[in-house]
Write a protein that binds this ligand. Structure first.
Ligand SMILES: [Zn+2]
Length: 192
C-alpha cells in the first residue's frame, strides 16, 4: 500500500502519512477520492515536488489520477497534478463530450493554467480540498479574460468549481501536504 512506502521516509512525510492512516475509516461519499488525492500529493512531496494530487471520477469509479511532478524527475512545467490526471483521462475518453458526468477531485484549488485546461476539457465538476488564496483561480474566475468567462458561462450543463464536501480533517491534511514543500520550492524556482 502507498502509505506503507511513505512511513519510512521519516520527518514530515511520515507524520502526514500517519495522519492519513488515521482517516482511513472516514465514510463520507467524497472521502475516498479526497483521501487518494492527499496520498498522491504526499507522494509528490516525498519526491521533492509540490504536494498536490488529483483524481478523475466517472460513474463512481476512479478513471485517472495525477500528481505534481514539476521538478522531479526533471523540470516539467506542464506536470501539475490536475494536468497529469487530465492527460490520462483525455487519452482514455477522447470524445469531445467526455467531461459530462465527470468529477475531478484535487487536493488544492487549481492554478490559472489548470483552470483553463479544465474549462477546455468540459469536466463538469471540480472539487478541491484546500483553498489556495495565493495561487488559486477558482475564487477569482471573474478575473479570467472574456473568452474564458464566456466559455465557462456557456457550458450546458454548467461547470462547477467548488470545495469538496469531504471530511474537514482531509482538507486540513491537504493544506499541510501542500505547505510541506511550497516555500522551499518557490525559493528554488524564483532563483532559477
Ligand atoms: Zn495547475
Amino acid at each position: 500500500m502507498l502509505l506503507d512506502e511513505l512511513r519510512p521516509a521519516g520527518g514530515q512525510v511520515a507524520t502526514l502519512a500517519e495522519r492519513l492512516t488515521d482517516t482511513e475509516g472516514l465514510s463520507g461519499p467524497e472521502d475516498p477520492y479526497a483521501w487518494l488525492s492527499c496520498v498522491l500529493g504526499l507522494l509528490s512531496v516525498n519526491e521533492g515536488n509540490y504536494g498536490v494530487g488529483a483524481v478523475v471520477v466517472r460513474g463512481g469509479g476512479i478513471v485517472a489520477e495525477g500528481r505534481n511532478r514539476l521538478l522531479w524527475p526533471r523540470r516539467n512545467t506542464s506536470a501539475h497534478a490536475e494536468a497529469e490526471a487530465l492527460d490520462v483521462f483525455e487519452a482514455r475518453f477522447p470524445e469531445l463530450d467526455s467531461g459530462r458526468g465527470t468529477i475531478m477531485y484535487t487536493s488544492l484549488e487549481c492554478c490559472p493554467m489548470c483552470t483553463v485546461r479544465l474549462l477546455n476539457s468540459g469536466v463538469r465538476t471540480v472539487r478541491y480540498l484546500a483553498p489556495d488564496p495565493d495561487g488559486g483561480m477558482f475564487s477569482r474566475l471573474d478575473c479570467l479574460p472574456p473568452y474564458w468567462r464566456r466559455l465557462a458561462a456557456g457550458r450546458t450543463p454548467v461547470q462547477t468549481f467548488e470545495p469538496s464536501a469531504c471530511a474537514p480533517a482531509l482538507s486540513g491534511i491537504a493544506a499541510d501536504i501542500f505547505a510541506a514543500t511550497e516555500t522551499q520550492l518557490n525559493e528554488r524556482i524564483v532563483r532559477s
